[in-house]
Every structure is written in C-alpha cells, then in structure tokens.
Design a binder for this molecule. Sequence first.
Ligand SMILES: NC(=O)c1ccc[n+]([C@@H]2O[C@H](COP(=O)([O-])OP(=O)(O)OC[C@H]3O[C@@H](n4cnc5c(N)ncnc54)[C@H](OP(=O)(O)O)[C@@H]3O)[C@@H](O)[C@H]2O)c1
Length: 305
Amino acid sequence: MLLEGKSAVIYGGGSIGGAVARAFAREGAKVFLTGRTLATLDEVAGEIRSERGVVDTAQVDALYETAVEEHADAVAASAGSIDISFNLISQGDVQGTPLRVCLVVATPIAFCSIEGSTTVAKLTYLAITSLDGYTADEDGNFDWAAPDEEVHAFVNDLARPLGTYLYGRRMYETMVYWETAHTLADQLPVEQDFTEIWQAAEKIVYSTTLETVSSARTRIEQDFDPDVIREMKASAQRDINVGGPDLAAQAFKAGLVDEIHLFVAPIVVGGGKQSFPDDISIKLELLNERRFGNGMVHFQYRTRA
Ligand SMILES: NC(=O)c1ccc[n+]([C@@H]2O[C@H](COP(=O)([O-])OP(=O)(O)OC[C@H]3O[C@@H](n4cnc5c(N)ncnc54)[C@H](OP(=O)(O)O)[C@@H]3O)[C@@H](O)[C@H]2O)c1
C-alpha cells in the first residue's frame, strides 16, 4: 500500500475531504479527520470504519478544534509525526480564494490550488460463489449462496458506503426483492438493515428488454459503455458496485473493476453460471480474508494493472 505507516491529517469531512480520507485510509494511512462539524466528521469516520479489513478502526480519529495549527499539533502529538496534511479551506478562511486545496507534505505548509472536485470512487464486484466458481448451478439454483445472519451483517457493512449499483437485468430481477422487503413480516434486523441500505442507493439496470422498473432511484440503460462508467467513477462521491456475472464480465474486460469481494460457499456444484468469464486475466492483491461460522470465506482483492 502506498501510504502504509504514514499519518495523514485531513481538514474537512465534507465530500472532498471524505473522499480523500477514504482514499488515504485504503492506501494504509493512519487517518485523522479534523474539522468543525462533528456530525459530518463522525459520518465519514463511520463509513471508513465500516470498510472492514481496509482500515483499522483505531486508525481513524476525529478532532474538532478549528485552527489548522492546533489540529496539526494534536495529530503530531498523537501520531508522532505528520506525513501528509490535506486541507480544504473555503472562502473566508483564505482571503480572495474561492476554494483552495492545501496539500501539505510534512511541514512547512505549501498551498496549491485545485479547480473542481477530487473524487476517487471505486468500482467493486461482489459475488457469492461455489468453490468451483459458479454463482448459480445448472438449474439456476443458488439457495446455497443465501447468507446467514453473520455473513449478511458483513455484506451490509460492505454495501453501506456504496452509492450506486450497476445491475445486469437478471441480477436486478433478484435484487429488486429488497424494494418491498420492508413490507414482509418477521424481517430479521440484518434484513431490515440491508433493505434500507439497498433502497437508499442509486441503481442502473442494463437491459435491452426491460421497459420499466419497479424500484425507486432506478433507471434503465440499454448499453454498457465503459467510457460512461469511467466518467461516473471520476465524478462519483461514493463507490459503485457492478452485479451480475454477465455485466461484470464486461466491466472486467474494460479494466474498470478496482476491487473484488468474493464469498466462497462451502459447496461444489459442478457447473452453471460462472462468477468470472473465461477469457480474462487479472493480477490481484489480497487485501483481506475472513472465515464465517457457516463455512463461507470472504476474500477481498484489489485488481492490479
Ligand atoms: N450467487 C448469488 O448469490 C446470486 C444472487 C443473485 C442472482 N444469482 C444468479 O446469477 C445469475 C445472473 O446471471 P447473468 O450473468 O445472466 O446476469 P446479469 O449479468 O445480471 O444479467 C444479464 C442481462 O443483463 C443485460 N445486459 C448485460 N449486458 C448488457 C449490455 N451491454 N447492454 C444492455 N444490457 C445488458 C441483458 O439483459 P436483457 O436480456 O434484458 O437485454 C442480459 O441478459 C442468475 O442465474 C441468477 O439467478 C446468484
């Protein structure tokens, strides 16, 4: 990881500061979020914490004083040193400057202006697969992939920071269940949680046959254009997930996928719908693994160029 062992203080937990904090944390930095608004900072810190395995929760602190120098002193005292300071200073803080991004590498402070926004959305692929690599068996059955409560809670935490789902039509037809799941009796707390997470996210369904959708925050696209997804990643404030092996295959082939979350179920099904297409070759870096009581194992990989 690029920033392993580095300490970074980020002033401002809004959209830009939050995106920078998430990016630094993913690269292994010890992140200190600082700023004036407690609620916003807590929200961003919570999101970073929820990305299990990427950020140690102990690596995120929120300090609430206002002066940059005070933050710097406090962080330096706590971390031992500051390697990177990323400060967003809005109009009023710095006379005559509409928006400034101050990137400070150690001290002394040096200012540089950056126009526009800084975003770092990832495209992730999450699949629950058999040990031999299928998301559904030859009969289309995938009841063996149903997560128990422990796995479900883990999946919820992975899904919580996502802003948008890109779905192949078939995967959408499975997942749209969550649009009305809250109306069912006896929902488990993890299911209620996922229902809220899913309903809050934006969805794009890729289909040449669907004419209407039955969920909110959902639109249909008739064509999967990699350039459009690249632009989406460049401007999105939250991460994006691609779901459905057929659609995901196109994202892999276009080199768009940044991370894979693979849940391997303890079963061999012998054939069916492959989780990954045949004709791709991607080097991966293992970021995290976890075993669950039901025998499933989660692997988190980052794709490498
Ligand atoms: N293991 C699990 O936990 C799990 C969970 C849910 C579902 N599943 C299973 O996973 C399988 C999903 O399979 P899949 O790979 O066929 O599904 P998919 O990727 O979700 O959907 C394929 C469909 O997406 C549309 N599509 C794909 N590329 C497109 C493009 N470039 N432009 C426009 N539309 C595009 C097409 O829809 P149109 O035909 O409408 O054009 C295509 O038929 C199913 O068997 C499902 O039962 C497994």
